[in-house]
Design a protein around this ligand. Structure first.
Ligand SMILES: [Zn+2]
Length: 265
């Protein structure tokens, strides 16, 4: 029998309605697989409230709060957004600000609005001691220009998927890199090259469920339990034992997000 891993899914969306019919099973399966703690990431302020409510009475589940770049128009049009975000960040179950960032790939929100949305949330977040969860897609140069105009930001680049030169930029700013199932099926060798190079004290793991289902479960809805496959794939890629990778990523996640020992039932 495989040895049991102890993992934290640092970025999932199991509070989405994709799981409304079987969430208790999803959580139980996660615990059985050794994925004992979950962070439910909010994508809009409304969704963040939902994530916080979902986490409220569940041991081993936490939430983040923030507006994704795709939600920039809504964030900017609501005069209450800043107050709503501040209130969410004061919730004891909310352990990070995010996911926030820039996404020029889908380009759903105009670039300038993405920047305004990001800056507003960075400024609010910096008044707390919470870490940031960043989403950056095809927007690195603008992202660093904005990031570097502030001091004291700590956090993670979620779904890290870029060549090694970007990793150098991430690490140079003290950020963590979070890897997910995308690595198990990407055709981009440079991303895998970077995944090999993430230092042991800066690597964390996530699923981004319901998205980015790892091999061999492509075509199905992603769940936190699938983190085990991603961990095994990356351990093999990095020439490490899965238990070692699990352990270091868990230690890093606990350090970054300040999670307690409590875990899924
Ligand atoms: Zn996500």
């Amino acid at each position: 029998m495989d040895e049991q891993l102890n993992l934290i899914d640092t970025h999932c969306h199991v509070h989405f309605d994709n799981y409304d019919n079987d969430i208790e099973t999803v959580l139980a399966d996660s615990a059985v697989a050794g994925v004992n703690r979950l962070i439910c990431v909010g994508c809009s302020l409304k969704d963040s409230q939902r994530a916080a409510d979902f986490a409220k009475n569940r041991a081993g589940v936490w939430a983040t709060a923030g507006a994704h770049p795709h939600d920039g128009a809504d964030y900017l049009s609501d005069p209450m957004s800043a107050d709503k975000l501040k209130k969410l960040l004061a919730n004891p179950k909310v352990v990070a600000i995010g996911e926030i960032g820039l996404d020029y790939y889908r380009d759903i929100t105009p670039k300038l609005d993405q920047e305004k949305t990001l800056r507003s949330q960075i400024e609010i977040g910096l008044d707390t001691s919470l870490p940031f969860v960043f989403h950056v897609r095809e927007a690195w140069d603008d992202f660093w220009r904005i990031f570097d105009s502030y001091k004291g930001i700590h956090g993670v680049i979620h779904s890290y998927s870029a060549p090694p030169n970007r990793l150098t930029e991430v690490l140079g700013r003290g950020l963590y890199a979070s890897l997910n199932g995308l690595m198990t099926y990407t055709k981009d060798e440079s991303w895998l090259e970077a995944a090999k190079k993430v230092p042991a004290d800066k690597l964390i793991l996530e699923t981004d469920a319901p998205f980015l289902t790892p091999v061999p479960f492509r075509g199905r809805r992603c769940e936190p339990k699938h983190l085990v496959e991603t961990c095994k794939f990356l351990a093999d890629l990095r020439n490490e034992e899965p238990a070692v990778l699990a352990s270091l990523s868990t230690t890093n996640a606990v350090r970054l997000f300040g999670l307690s020992e409590e875990s899924l039932a």
